[in-house]
Design a protein around this ligand. Structure first.
Ligand SMILES: O=C(O)c1ccc(O)c(O)c1
Ligand SMILES: [Mg+2]
Length: 629
């Protein structure tokens, strides 16, 4: 399979776009006319520059308002086409896209359009040019790939074919399986784009909100399965118009694009086992079995504060690393690693961010397959010299630059705790009933949320929930939960748009995306809160108004409400179950812990409580911790 991407999908000038596209591993580009016109090179020089970067020009586009015209307008349209064909010859590409006309004077008529295209085919043929016709979802007369196909069929010319674009088909709700009836050799090009489901004018939606396959809500996989069934074997190309992307970093966009295509084609190959699809075999999406450890880079006074907090939460300092300044704290299945090394990865994370989660360990079935899939999807493997007696635990870099280690039972890696750590006997065991990590919450710039969620959902078997808006007194934070089907791994991604929000302030202080809180589960949140109070834990205080409102919103036993109020426990419920949560006070620039109890099948994160939690945290944070204007 040849991968391609339209230059319109990437930010920057043409040269920056090409560098990013080539580096991400694409085979070719659709050159957008605007990008070509804006460049100072001649068509011949631009074509050469593209080839010098190892890229092929898979398509020249768009050519607009061609079919259905009469008289002078029709002659002019043919003149324009001849001019474009000349430019294509110079650039060195043989394929052009004509999108269905939106011209106010286009007459319509399937045969009229077919005749126009057949005549153009005669001009294209001697030049070796293939013309693909695409139905824009808002085309004046043609806005459905089935009509575009009928026009191409009636044009009956070897140089005239069809172009299908997942956005136009899926946005109109057209069944993509109708593509299965089109012969693959009559499809000249395939464009892919996803988009979030928004009820909006089609043109506006398409020009501003498209995103990479897997980032939106359209059934791009179903579309591509249908295309594969036709036998089409030409380039698969991304064509993404997106306002946010226009201001993003070209490298990161191109990497996301390539990752989305590899993940999509892998899905299609698995879903259509009887169709020959020319893509490399890679391991399937990884089943994450839970969080094995959370590692903090921390030193000095901050390390001592974190140790006191962990002790007050019922964690026990159970082990020390055989050769490094690394301590293991444990409770239930939760392992917290405190890394105070002055060299290596944790040390650089600490100098950049201060106390921060620098590494997350995930339990998986097979470490080798996990790393193989992640690397095939463009993730960077991480290695650091291992000391004597240490295991080499495979890791990759996560989007924000932190590490993600993988541990499985089959390769002996899960023995790391007994192999690399010596038991301490100084610390007395404590226990407050914390069992597992419920979720890990990462904070990032809003503009990077899609990159993070694509990273996780393409490597792991995880799905996105609907995005929710969290109201901070100083702005909105968007929160996107992604979770494994059995919920053994849950992540929440919080996208901040301004540094004045709690999340945004944390982001500004930590220089890039990072874990802002970790939540642990308990089966009895009241007992846990009691035990933690005995151990000296100070919860985040909630207001009396909050509990008065809870009493009005839900039917709660007065004693339970009193108990929640006394322990600063927040509450939510939905048709599936109930949710209890309380928080630590923020420390180290805004990091905090959360304790949760899920009853029944409650599957959320207490989003209705978030504004009150944030307001309380902001009240707690000393002025020096508050984000500066
Ligand atoms: O928005 C447009 O005009 C436009 C142009 C060319 C395309 O291939 C397309 O899908 C949309
Ligand atoms: Mg298109």
């Amino acid at each position: 399979m040849k991968t391609s991407i339209a230059t319109v999908s990437i930010s920057g000038n043409l040269r920056e776009k090409l560098d990013a596209i080539a580096k991400a591993g694409f085979d070719g580009i659709e050159i957008f006319e605007q990008d070509f016109i804006a460049d100072s090179g001649t068509p011949r020089e631009i074509g050469q520059m593209i080839r010098d970067k190892g890229l092929e020009i898979t398509l020249f586009q768009p050519f607009r308002d061609f079919e259905g015209l009469t008289g002078r307008l029709r002659e002019k349209a043919f003149d324009r086409a001849r001019h474009k064909f000349d430019v294509m010859g110079e650039l060195g590409t043989d394929r052009i896209l004509i999108c269905s006309s939106t011209h106010p004077e286009a007459l319509g008529g399937i045969d009229r359009a077919a005749d126009d295209l057949a005549e153009l085919g005669e001009i294209a043929a001697p030049r070796g040019i293939k013309v693909g016709y695409e139905a824009l979802a808002w085309g004046r007369h043609v806005n459905d790939h089935r009509d575009a196909w009928e026009i191409v069929r009636r044009a009956d010319h070897p140089n005239i074919g069809l172009i299908v674009d997942s956005f136009h088909t899926l946005a109109r709700g057209i069944d993509p399986d109708t593509i299965r009836r089109i012969p693959g050799d009559r499809i000249f090009f395939v464009q892919l784009a996803d988009a979030p489901r928004i009820d909006m004018d089609l043109l506006y939606w398409s020009r501003h909100f498209r995103n990479m396959p897997g980032e939106g809500d359209l059934d791009v996989t179903g579309f591509m399965r249908a295309v594969a069934a036709t036998g089409y074997d030409g380039p698969i190309s991304l064509e993404i118009f997106n306002d946010q992307f226009r201001g993003a970093r070209p490298d990161s966009l191109a990497r996301d694009g390539h990752r989305s295509l590899v993940a999509l084609m892998d899905r299609v190959r698995r879903d259509e086992p009887d169709i020959r699809i020319d893509v490399p075999e890679i391991p399937d999406r990884v089943t994450a079995q839970g969080v094995e450890f959370v590692e903090f880079a921390t030193r000095g006074a901050e390390a001592e504060a974190l140790e006191r907090l962990l002790a007050a939460m019922g964690f026990t300092h159970v082990g020390n690393h055989v050769s490094k300044k690394v301590a293991l704290w444990q409770q239930g299945e939760v392992r917290i690693v405190l890394n105070g090394e002055t060299e290596g990865f944790a040390a650089s994370a600490f100098s950049m961010h201060g106390t921060t989660v620098c590494d997350i360990g995930l339990r998986v079935a097979s470490v080798d397959e996990t790393v193989e899939r992640a690397v095939a999807l463009g993730a960077t493997p991480f290695r650091q010299a291992v000391g004597p007696g240490e295991l080499e635990i495979p890791a990759i870099r996560s989007v924000g630059g932190s590490l993600m280690h993988f541990i499985d039972d089959s390769s002996g890696l899960s023995d790391v705790w007994s192999v690399e750590f010596r038991k301490t006997d100084a610390d007395t065991p404590r226990d407050a009933g914390l069992e597992r990590v419920d979720h890990v919450a990462e904070t990032m710039n809003y503009d990077e949320m899609l990159t993070w969620s694509l990273f996780y959902t393409s490597i792991f078997d995880m799905d996105r929930s609907v995005m929710v808006d969290v109201i901070d007194p100083d702005g909105v934070v968007r929160s996107q939960a992604i979770q494994a089907p059995d919920r053994r791994l849950r992540l929440t991604l919080n996208g901040a748009e301004t540094h004045r929000t709690l999340a945004g302030g944390f982001l500004a202080d930590s220089f890039g995306g990072a874990v802002q809180h970790v939540a642990f589960t308990t089966r009895d949140i009241f007992a846990t809160a009691r035990r933690m109070a005995e151990l000296g834990f100070a919860p985040l205080p909630m207001t009396r108004n909050y509990y008065d409102d809870l009493a009005a919103r839900f039917t709660l036993e007065p004693e339970m409400l009193e108990a929640m109020k006394a322990a600063n426990i927040l509450y939510d419920e939905d048709a599936r179950g109930a949710f209890f949560q309380f928080y630590s006070q923020p420390f180290a620039g805004g990091f905090f812990f959360e304790i949760v109890q899920r009853d029944g099948d409650y599957d959320g994160y207490g989003a209705p409580n978030a504004p009150f939690r944030i307001a309380a945290q902001k009240r707690m944070m000393r002025p020096k911790d508050l984000p500066r204007d």
